[in-house]
Design a protein around this ligand. Structure first.
Ligand SMILES: *Cc1c(COP(=O)(O)O)cnc(C)c1O
Length: 356
């Protein structure tokens, strides 16, 4: 067994195990919380938490809270309409050129703000060989799809052989150019990024068939030397790594924290891609930051922080309606050719377009 598999076996998964790190006040409530979504914290992430600080950002992200039992009427079971746009099992096709494929619903660590908690939270089985055949047939019938996003759950918790099965199937479809993997493994289980895995990813990429990884760091405290090393291995192998994650109350809803996060990532050659408005998943309201505040935070970063480190702030609309950027309105149209545009330093600049 490999080191990462041993670490997976040693995750904190029960309240009794968690109690060795932090006192649990209302066990009945907590049992109810875990009935909605399981608990798992990897040994790597446990080591990064300061359990003496109740506001530790990593603790808030992975230790269950009885606030998860408070549902608001606006919160939804399927917050971004995964089901609404699913033509066959384990596949969501919302945009013309790309599909989501759910390779597994298992995760090394269950994030307490998960938007797919109804799937990941229960031990939902992943796709069978028959399901995988059907997915490949769907891709052959839809040549307009040139990108497959392996998601879940966390695809990199699969064994190398299972990943190879996915890659060989996907590469057998000539119209699929890009394979993208959405994973938190580089954050929570960096030992999974073995030389063998990197070799496998490299074997299924070439100069015009790239392998992209989109990972999910939310706070600078999540970046330890092991994480830096795991990312360096991937980037050195020619894999393009991006980062996305939600804006979370009490965790990263602060432009100074986000500046630190985005710069650390950029220094690791990870491209900050999306900062998400938290999806309306049930029992996540204690993490939610108002859109107005999110826009203000991004505005504070614009101009202050190097452009290559700035992600787009986006919202995924309920009902499978799609993602759109959220941004301050810098541009105000005055007449047909005259605009007033706000500078990143708060100055209003008149801008007139030359006549056509
Ligand atoms: C978010 C999402 C994608 C990926 O969108 P990008 O903007 O390309 O990152 C693709 N399909 C679905 C259904 C999604 O929800």
């Amino acid at each position: 067994m490999q080191q990462w598999q041993i670490e997976l076996q040693n995750c904190v998964r029960t309240l009794d195990e968690l109690e060795q790190y932090i006192p649990i006040e209302n066990k009945d409530h907590m049992r109810e919380v875990l009935a909605n979504m399981r608990l798992s914290i990897t040994p790597h992430t446990l080591r990064l938490i300061d359990f003496k600080n109740p506001n530790d950002p990593i603790l808030l992200m992975c230790v269950p809270s009885d606030r998860e039992l408070r549902f608001s009427p606006e919160e939804l079971t399927d917050p971004i309409g995964d089901e609404a746009k699913s033509p066959i099992p384990f596949l969501t096709h919302r945009y013309p050129d790309r599909v989501l494929v759910y390779a597994t619903f298992f995760c090394s660590l269950f994030c307490r703000f998960c938007f797919r908690r109804t799937k990941t939270g229960e031990a939902t089985p992943g796709p069978s060989a028959e399901d995988r055949d059907r997915i490949v047939a769907y891709l052959r019938a839809h040549p307009e799809v040139d990108e497959v996003i392996l998601t879940g759950g966390d695809p990199l918790t699969l064994l190398d052989e299972q990943l190879e099965d996915w890659f060989s199937r996907l590469r057998s479809v000539s119209t699929v150019s890009r394979i993208r993997i959405h994973t938190r493994v580089p954050v929570n289980l960096p030992s999974r990024i073995t030389n063998r895995l990197v070799e496998l990813l490299r074997r299924y990429s070439d100069a015009t068939h790239p392998m992209y990884i989109v990972t999910h760091f939310n706070h600078p405290n999540e970046i330890a030397p092991e994480n830096v090393e795991a990312i360096a291995k991937l980037v050195d192998a020619g894999i393009v790594v991006h980062n996305q994650g939600p804006l979370l109350r009490g965790v990263n809803d602060d432009s100074v924290i986000l500046e630190m996060l985005f710069k650390k990532l950029t220094n690791m050659r990870v491209v900050p891609y999306y900062l998400h408005q938290l999806d309306l998943a049930k029992g996540t309201n204690h993490f939610r930051v108002p859109i107005e505040r999110g826009i203000e935070i991004m505005r504070e970063l614009q101009g202050r922080v190097t452009g290559i480190a700035l992600p787009r702030y986006v919202i995924d609309l309920p009902g499978g309606k799609g993602k759109v950027p959220l941004a301050h309105r810098y541009v105000k149209k005055q007449t047909d050719s005259a605009y007033q545009i706000e500078s990143p330093f708060g100055e209003f600049v008149n801008y007139t377009e030359p006549e056509k």
